[in-house]
Design a protein around this ligand. Structure first.
Ligand code: HPA
Length: 270
């Protein structure tokens, strides 16, 4: 893993991925965040040594380097999910690479199902914490101390200062936000009504199939993390409705412009 990481880092540095302030992983329907960036370099995942190639419709599969104001950004258009068949270490490999590109802050976005009865479809939720219910843990196995410690503190997985700053920006822009806990299941099935009920009773506000492994790996390496989730469907007890990937993408697409505006301003001002 270490050797592969160094190989990929060397390749990307030679391509010009240097001096990066923020890494951002763009999930379902949010891939066009790059529209608000000045793009300098784009490389398809398949041309990057050791990178997996994403197989999900709506995930673009390219790495973008660009800027917003005077901040440099590396954006992943499309992520790797455990349900695609990658091991959890493969799925989180790009996060390993980020750290050795000297990036110390990770912004993640995703789509999720809301289980909090105060939520509406299309709401934007800042992730305040997570519950890891994935069947594999990305840090299982011998620990490589060059990446980080064996036992990782997770008391503030999602940076409180960044959350506070985003709330200020949302106020300024007149955008209403939700906040809550994201629970990760492996998917690829959406949840049954009984499972949504379980998610709620476990203490979460939203459920999805990604993000948590990425944040765990980022925290292992001492990175700061910030996460935003678009509530694309509701799994509220007693009123669970049919959900499809198309519907998830449609709702995420509508929220995309608002999320883009928020994150752009966030990066300009943080
Ligand atoms: N469940 C799991 N993942 C999801 C959902 C959901 O309801 N919506 C979008 N991603």
């Amino acid at each position: 893993m270490w050797k592969k990481t160094q190989e990929t880092v060397k390749f990307l540095k030679e391509k010009g991925f240097v001096d990066i302030d923020y890494a951002i992983i763009l999930g379902t329907g949010l891939g066009n965040f790059t529209d608000v960036m000045d793009i300098h370099i784009r490389i398809p995942y398949k041309e990057i040594p050791n990178f997996p190639v994403s197989t999900v419709v709506g995930h673009h599969g390219e790495l973008v380097y660009g800027s917003i104001g005077d901040k440099k950004i590396m954006a992943m258009r499309g992520r790797f999910h455990y349900y695609e068949g990658w091991s959890i270490q493969e799925a989180t490999f790009p996060v390993r690479v980020m750290k050795y590109l000297d990036i110390d802050t990770l912004i993640v976005s995703n789509a999720s199902g809301g289980v909090n009865s105060a939520f509406k479809t299309g709401d934007i939720m800042l992730i305040t914490d997570h519950i890891n219910m994935m069947p594999e843990h990305p840090l299982r196995g011998a620990n490589d101390e060059r990446f980080g410690p064996r036992f990782v503190d997770m008391h503030e997985a999602y940076d409180k200062q960044m959350i506070a700053h985003m709330n200020t920006i949302a106020d300024e822009l007149g955008v209403g936000l939700q906040q809550g806990i994201y629970l990760a299941l492996q998917g690829p099935t959406f949840e049954t009504p009984a499972e949504y009920g379980m998610v709620r009773r476990l203490g979460a506000d939203a459920v999805g199939m990604s993000t948590v492994p990425e944040v765990i790996v980022a925290k292992h390496m001492g990175m700061k993390c910030f996460g935003v989730s678009v509530i694309t469907d509701l799994g509220v007890e007693g009123q669970v409705e049919e959900v499809s990937h198309e519907e998830v993408q449609k709702v995420a697409k509508i929220a995309e412009r608002t999320v883009g505006k928020l994150v752009k301003r966030f990066i300009e001002t943080y």
